[in-house]
Ligand binder design. Structure first.
Ligand code: ZN
Length: 379
């Protein structure tokens, strides 16, 4: 693998989370979005002089060969993510053999550089699927990056797996994903955990994983606030699981009331993309407010007065205010300064006062060393 930065090149409907909802046979009729988003990435990488390794799904390569050639011609490395995003844990050896062979035929037909790297869909190379190793070797795979060195997930990961490269077989090296340092994890950043199609049992399992992997901090964001409230009683809330709702206009302020009624320890609002003024926010028992404008082609503009009005309400209520970005078509150019400065306030973790309430350090981002895992929000 030539690069530290890796991308799984697949479309939204290919992911394992949607397995039960979107049949493979209907992929062809789904809205094909990955070409646009990949080109946006290519542009960004080009501007910053960054190279990445792309794990390409064979199905996507077959659907849009020009896209894959573009990625390769821009100097990025092409590796394989299988053909149909079938998890090794769900299929047998002959089926994996066929899936991998098909994907490699497509990819090797498209790019000149040798395609010798592989990442299993949803990191499904685990202790249960080691039978895949000889098949990888048979197809000329020389390095693999599928083993998640983490034992807390019900579907993937190998507890206590090495964190640096190691041989899987004589001529096949594993380059594990690194994940050990505590970090903030946005849960379902591209989808919604509380979508009505997600079974309660699955949501509870996600909460259980978060509870066990308590060295990370999780930020769960939803638009389905009614379902969140309905399920609140059966969720195992922990201090390191932060819960937020999206509010884009006044029409959706009811989501804040739903959030407020839950037992989540730390509650935040994501006012992003902000599409209108929010002059009457009730910030009672809300611990953090994030504001951002829409970005990308066709982005709807955000008025500075809407942002300052929200900031003033946060200041009046003593709620940390984080201004993420102006957004717009040229998001980077528009920056993230409001009235001449950035606003990076966050709920400061671990600085508790004698009354048991968190002391929020204002105006600056809490420095990482000052954070402990104890989160005691203001009540
Ligand atoms: Zn994938």
């Amino acid at each position: 693998m030539r690069n530290h930065l890796t991308i799984d090149l697949e479309d939204w409907f290919c992911v394992s989370n949607f397995d039960a909802l979107i049949q493979r046979s209907s992929w062809a009729s789904c809205d094909f979005r990955v070409a646009d988003s990949t080109r946006r990435l290519l542009e960004l990488f080009d501007r910053r002089g960054v190279k990445a390794t792309f794990f390409v799904l064979g199905w996507v390569a077959e659907r849009d060969p020009a896209l894959i050639r573009e990625v390769a011609e821009a100097g990025h490395e092409i590796a394989c993510h299988g053909y149909g995003h079938e998890r090794l844990t769900q299929i047998d050896a002959p089926r994996f053999d066929a899936d991998l062979g098909r994907a490699l035929t497509v990819l090797r037909g498209l790019v000149d550089a040798p395609v010798v790297g592989y990442r299993a869909p949803s990191f499904s190379l685990t202790e249960r699927t080691l039978w895949a190793i000889p098949i990888l070797r048979k197809h000329g795979i020389r390095w693999d990056s599928s083993v998640f060195p983490f034992g807390g997930h019900p579907e993937y990961g190998v507890a206590r797996a090495p964190l640096s490269p190691y041989p899987l077989a004589d001529d096949l090296v594993e380059l594990p994903l690194s994940w050990k340092k505590p970090r903030t994890i946005f849960v379902n950043s591209m989808s919604d955990l509380f979508h009505q199609a997600i079974p309660v049992e699955f949501i509870q399992r996600v909460f259980d994983v978060m509870r066990r992997a308590n060295w990370h901090q999780y930020q769960v964001l939803t638009k389905r606030s009614q379902r969140l409230l309905d399920l609140d009683a059966c969720l195992n809330w922990q201090p390191h699981i932060w819960m937020g709702v999206s509010v884009e206009t006044q029409d959706y302020q009811f989501r804040i009331d739903h959030l407020r009624q839950t037992r989540a320890h730390t509650k935040f609002l994501s006012l992003e993309p902000l599409l209108g003024p929010l002059p009457h926010l009730d910030l009672t028992r809300i611990d953090w407010v994030i504001v951002g404008g829409e970005s990308g082609p066709g982005a709807r503009p955000m008025k500075p007065a809407w942002v300052t009005e929200i900031r003033d309400q946060c200041q009046a209520a003593g709620v940390p205010f984080f201004f993420k970005q102006w957004g717009g078509v040229h998001k980077v150019k528009n920056g993230r300064e409001l009235e001449g400065r950035t606003w990076d306030e966050m709920p400061c973790i671990g600085e508790t006062t004698t009354s048991g309430a968190v002391h929020f350090r204002r105006k600056t981002r809490c420095d990482k060393r000052s954070r402990s895992r104890e989160i005691v929000p203001v009540r």
